[in-house]
Design a protein around this ligand. Structure first.
Ligand code: SAH
Length: 462
């Protein structure tokens, strides 16, 4: 198994400082499953390439108790892809040989650890459950340019066809520590096989290496589940902690208080999922997310290729900044970034940029507007922007009686200007539809209580 990391920023030999390995020396290290060798095929001012060659001892592996080959057929103990394919062994080798670079420390030149460098990575063979699509899905949202070459099963017998392995080349400009953390997590998540027993330690490793970037990744759940080999309880724990790590810096976020209150039923996710289903059913390709907040719905929309143009608008500049960060805007691949637009603007003023979309969504937004401004909102959305489909959600005030921690007569969030009963929402929605030439239907969101209805309510105008 061979991994090569190249930089072309002069003096390129700085890579030696960063990796803590001198370019003029070849160094080897014993690992429990084989040997790792680090050397530099090239070390010039303009271009420096560092190679990590991993020798895996398949026989030693087969003897290890934790080996997943322990229960496979005999020959498989000795003849398998582990010595050649990138897998969790490589992650372990990266941690053992490039530990300080992975942690982002560089004793001699600390500023280098933070510097974004043009980097190119080559992996000799990568197997991925889900193939090319999965590899792109994991790396492209992080901003990598991905080149894949399929490998023949045997070069002497081309008619045997392609092997399940790819030669992978990644290019990106970013700090080396980030690159190593991405590889550390994504390679084992792509690989089908894991040589070691998965336990709580793996959750810690995932959090440590993934906490800065994984929460904002559109495939965070899939990556987490696959890294933890589909051990459900561990994946659940990891996802919860990743979400918490993500929220820490965002205490002032408008949605938080409301979400905490509603947490038990994870209502917010349900709203977003319901909205996505409605948008799909409506056949929308261009979607406006009005009052997009920190971009949770945007992230979900990006996962569905159907939505070719996604535009988020919010009046809060800070919310947009958080959205950008959580969506990894700065390092997002050109393909994804092309689909996404973020606009700073208010929903109560006519805005030409909102015209020409198939659908508009405002999830838990109208209750943040002064009731007196609802008329302006109505005109902006239904008269000027005028998409074929408009989906609005808002709390159902009747349900508040069931929130133990909410005292009577108060709203779920201090910025709410009103909260409507089902009848109030219906009366307003039917009025809008009649005035603006739309039809409308209403649906509950969340578990329905016989007397108080569901916690949230949705109107779909079409
Ligand atoms: N739709 C998001 C956020 C809901 S919170 C979600 O589902 O998670 C309400 C959002 O509406 C906040 O981000 C707030 O900044 C935004 N907002 C409030 N008044 C607005 C206005 N007049 N114009 C645009 N956005 C507004």
């Amino acid at each position: 198994m061979y991994l090569e990391i190249v930089t072309t920023r002069p003096p390129a030999t700085d890579l030696g400082f960063l990796l803590g390995k001198h370019p003029e020396r070849c160094q080897s290290r014993e690992l429990s499953f084989g040997k790792a060798h680090v050397f530099y095929p090239q070390a010039d001012e303009e271009r420096c390439a560092a190679g990590l060659f991993l020798e895996i001892d398949a026989v030693a592996l087969s003897r290890s108790h934790n080996s997943s080959y322990a229960d496979s057929f005999q020959l498989g103990h000795y003849v398998n892809d582990r010595p050649y394919a990138a897998s969790s062994f490589l992650s372990t080798a990266i941690a053992k040989t490039f530990g300080s670079a992975l942690n982002g420390t560089c004793k001699e030149r600390p500023e280098l650890a933070e510097a974004a460098l043009p980097l190119e990575v080559t992996l000799s063979a990568l197997s991925a459950a889900g193939g090319e699509e999965m590899i792109r899905r994991f790396f492209e949202p992080l901003g990598y340019v991905v080149d894949l070459e399929t490998q023949l099963l045997d070069e002497q017998f081309p008619r045997w066809g392609a092997s399940p392995y790819f030669k992978l080349r990644l290019r990106h400009t970013l700090p080396l520590k980030q690159l190593l953390r991405h590889l550390y997590v994504l390679i084992p998540a792509l690989d089908n096989n894991k040589h070691y027993f998965i336990n709580k330690d793996e959750v810690e490793k995932l959090l440590e290496k993934g906490r800065h970037w994984l929460p904002g990744h559109p495939a965070v759940e899939l990556i987490t589940r696959r890294f933890l080999k589909h051990r459900r309880s561990l994946a659940g724990q990891a996802l919860e902690r990743l979400a918490a790590a993500d929220g820490q810096a965002e205490e002032a976020q408008p949605e938080r208080e409301e979400e905490e209150l509603e947490e038990k039923i994870s209502l917010h996710q349900l709203r977003h999922q319901t909205v996505v289903e409605e948008l799909k059913a409506a056949g929308a390709q261009s979607v406006l997310d009005l009052g997009c907040g920190s971009g949770k719905l945007l992230r979900l929309l990006l996962q569905h290729g159907q939505f070719a143009r996604i535009t988020g608008l919010d009046v809060s500049y800070r919310a947009l900044e958080i959205a950008k960060r959580r969506l990894n805007w700065d390092t997002m691949s050109p393909r994804l970034r092309e689909r996404l637009h973020l606009l700073h603007g208010a929903l109560t003023y006519r805005d030409k940029r909102l015209e020409g979309h198939d659908a508009a969504v405002a999830v838990e937004v109208i209750e943040h507007l002064d009731e007196a401004r609802l008329g302006a909102f109505e005109r902006v959305v239904f008269e000027y922007a005028r998409p074929r489909t408009v989906i609005l959600t808002t709390p159902n005030a009747e349900y508040n009686a069931l929130f133990e921690t909410l005292s009577a007569g108060t709203f779920r969030h201090r910025d709410h200007r009103f909260e409507w009963t089902r009848a109030e929402f219906r009366a307003w929605g039917e009025g809008v539809a009649a005035r603006r030439g739309y039809r409308v239907r209403f649906a509950p969101i969340g578990p329905e209580d016989e007397r108080h209805g569901a916690p949230s309510q949705m109107a779909v105008f079409y």
